[in-house]
Design a protein. Sequence first.
Length: 148
Amino acid sequence: MAETRYAYGDIAARFGVRPERMADYLALTGDAVDNIPGVPGVGPKTAAALLAEFASLDDLYANLERVPGLPIRGAARIESRLREHRDAAYLARELTRIACDMPLEVSANALKRRAPDLGTLAAFYDAAGFGPMLRLQAERIRRQLDPG
């Protein structure tokens, strides 16, 4: 899936939630790639169904008593698991949320994509003890962005 790219409008069809709700979705399902467990027993379909019913993770936890009445398989067990793993769900949301409030003391021009400085990267890779794979990736990117 690493090579798969989704447009904004494709996210809901793929995951069952809008992009703005992915942190809540991942708080429930977890994220194996980042070693975030989520709530046991809450998979992608269940998380999407819960977030279709509730506006957010906060709304879900404010209304947990409604969960057993939802047309979700094992809804009573899900309520119990949500209660038991509340702290883990909120921690997972914090870990999966993209921080958008970080101050940046850099110009927009400095953030534009450009070819990497291979010499500076090589020095960093040497100092950090990185192997050849990152060097090859940097060279590939440089050829793409600066073919001349």
